[in-house]
Design a protein. Structure first.
Length: 124
């Protein structure tokens, strides 16, 4: 039962961070990037649902990673899997506004380390 509670708590933590960062703090960067490509930034409820699924998957990965090693190792590994790989892919697709990275990098590090901390605190 504790792992399930930890996964749900982590999913909420990640979802809130993603929403605040991308829909409130950095929304203008995303809208501008997409507009420059002649597109509308996808912010419909179904997109939010997919990000909710991403947050759940991220939380499940956090659960397994947090079982081995310390906070530093697990946090960096989770951050690399969840964010660095995503930025490489969306950068390659030319949809990443590189102007978000000064805010997104430290915020995502806190998000990933927070996810591991939640897992270690609740699931153990």
């Amino acid at each position: 039962m504790r792992p399930l509670i930890a996964i749900l708590a982590t999913t909420v933590w990640v979802s809130v961070n993603e929403f605040v960062r991308n829909q409130l703090v950095l929304a203008d960067h995303w809208v501008e990037q997409y507009a420059g490509m002649g597109l509308t930034f996808p912010a419909e409820p179904q997109n939010g649902a997919v990000w909710g699924l991403w947050a759940l998957c991220f939380a499940v990965i956090a659960y397994f990673i947090s079982k081995d090693g310390g906070l530093l190792r697990a946090g960096l590994l989770l951050w690399s899997i969840g964010f660095v790989l995503m930025w490489i892919v969306i950068g390659n697709m030319a949809v990443l506004p590189f102007s978000i990275l000064p805010v997104a990098i430290p915020w995502s590090l806190i998000e990933a380390f927070g996810a591991v901390w939640i897992m270690k605190r609740i699931a153990s």
